[in-house]
Design a protein around this ligand. Structure first.
Ligand code: SAJ
Length: 405
């Protein structure tokens, strides 16, 4: 069966780049979102998120009429679900996946599904969700039993490089049966230049969670080293650089904590599925989640040596050179310092300007003139370029090691 029309459910950081890229490949794409503003913005050829070159691709896809956005789905050959899977707090010290958006998106497309259609789950999901998508459809439409194809194809793109990685990355595809894996591979081969590895849906679901947990555990190792080095008065950046000279050692970088909507979230899905077994994964989450509080204490300690300290907080985003504030440890630390009443807190975020209303932002120049304490929270390029002469009379707390040497 040839794919001509594709419905993409969810027009966020994954759905919108995927929908617009498919449209540029010649598919007729309908993007569906629950937000009127998002739908109107895209139909006007504009975008509501920041991602390099996405504005150009969306504009041209909308202009060519290959991409349209709507609040409701329509009939199609394939349906791609790219909705959020956040976590919900489950008791005092654990978190459980919230797959309600996946369930809602599945129910929304179910009336439009026909025999032979392909349904792809791209959202990062706990083990069992792809099968759940199939079950929901068949509970509503029993006549489709064994007549549709359902597969998980977890997204792997890195924010800031999404359009390139959508095409270049290798992909894992896990169907509810071999026919579903094959059907999904046929579609992805038409736009993915990377290798496609086929497995079952449970392995594909766990593979995605494991990729992000691997990174989380390794960042936790680096963050733990930063605490040990602080205690022993050793420069952690130099230490890691030297240890990494070993041919089989590759330690990641410490920071103020782990942010974003993926690495700080997905490991909990494994912990929730296997709480007694996932001890290292849980501890890594706890180590990374505890780092912001450690940074706040460090600043409070330094501030106590001044009468009315001015604290410049450099960066609010969750990582370098982006504007994304989701789950950002930098934002969390800045908020806590503002509420701590320990002096004047001056945040600076060059990638977020007029859109930010929670508190005033200051220019880097103003902060360099006024701050007694400089707290580096994000390794944005602008901060690395600061004339070091300005730092001489300041206390510097550099959580990212941008001035490490
Ligand atoms: N971080 C460190 N030290 C490091 C590396 C990262 O503290 O050495 C921090 C960052 O500052 C940030 C957080 O970790 O706060 C996450 O940043 P990231 O660049 O590691 O990852 P994300 O969240 O932008 O994207 C990840 C990617 N996953 C992996 O690299 C395994 C991406 O490929 C996934 O598609 C994405 O999660 C996702 O959507 O799941």
């Amino acid at each position: 069966m040839k794919f001509e029309k594709i419905v993409v459910m969810g027009l966020g950081y994954i759905g919108l780049p995927t929908a617009s890229m498919l449209a540029t490949k010649g598919y007729q794409v309908l993007g569906v979102d629950v937000s009127y503003t998002v739908v109107d913005t895209i139909n006007a050829g504009e975008i509501h998120i920041v991602e390099p070159d996405l504005d150009i691709v969306v504009k041209s896809a909308v202009k060519s009429r290959k991409l349209t956005a709507s609040l409701v789905p329509e009939k199609a050959d394939a349906f791609i679900l790219a909705v959020p899977t956040p976590f919900k707090v489950n008791g005092s010290n654990s978190k459980a996946p919230d797959i309600s958006y996946v369930e809602a998106a599945t129910l929304a497309v179910t009336p439009f599904i026909e025999k032979g259609n392909l349904i792809i789950l791209e959202s990062t999901s706990p083990v069992g969700t792809t099968k759940r998508v199939y079950d929901i459809i068949v509970e509503e439409r029993p006549e489709l039993c064994d007549l549709i194809y359902v597969a998980h194809c977890p997204e792997r793109v890195l924010p800031g490089h999404i359009l390139r990685e959508l095409v270049e990355n290798d992909r894992i595809i896990g169907g509810i049966n071999d026919a579903s894996s094959k059907k999904a591979s046929d579609l992805y081969r038409t736009f993915c230049n990377g290798n496609i590895y086929v497995t079952d849906c449970k392995t594909a679901e766990l593979a995605k969670l494991v990729e992000n947990s691997f990174r989380d555990v390794n960042i936790a190792f680096a963050n733990e080293l930063s605490l040990i080095c602080d205690k022993l008065d050793v420069n952690v950046w130099e230490l890691i650089e030297l240890a990494n000279k070993h041919p089989r050692v590759n330690i990641l970088q410490p920071g103020p904590g782990v942010g974003g909507h993926c690495i700080a979230v997905d490991p909990w899905f494994i912990v929730d599925s296997a709480p007694s077994e996932a001890r290292l994964i849980r501890t890594a989450r706890e180590v990374n989640d505890a780092k912001p509080e450690w940074v706040v204490e460090k600043v409070k300690n330094s501030a106590s040596k001044f009468k009315n300290p001015v604290i410049g907080c450099l960066g609010l985003a969750f990582k370098a050179n982006i504007d994304d504030l989701r789950e950002s440890p930098a934002l969390k630390i800045t908020r806590e310092l503002m509420n701590a009443g320990i002096g004047k807190v001056m945040p600076c975020e060059p990638n977020v300007q007029l859109t930010f209303t929670e508190f005033p932002l200051y220019s880097l120049d103003t902060i360099m003139q006024e701050a007694d304490i400089l707290l580096v929270l994000v390794d944005h390029n602008e901060f690395g370029e600061i004339d070091r002469g300005f730092l001489d009379d300041k206390v510097v707390i550099d959580t990212r090691g941008i001035w490490r040497k």
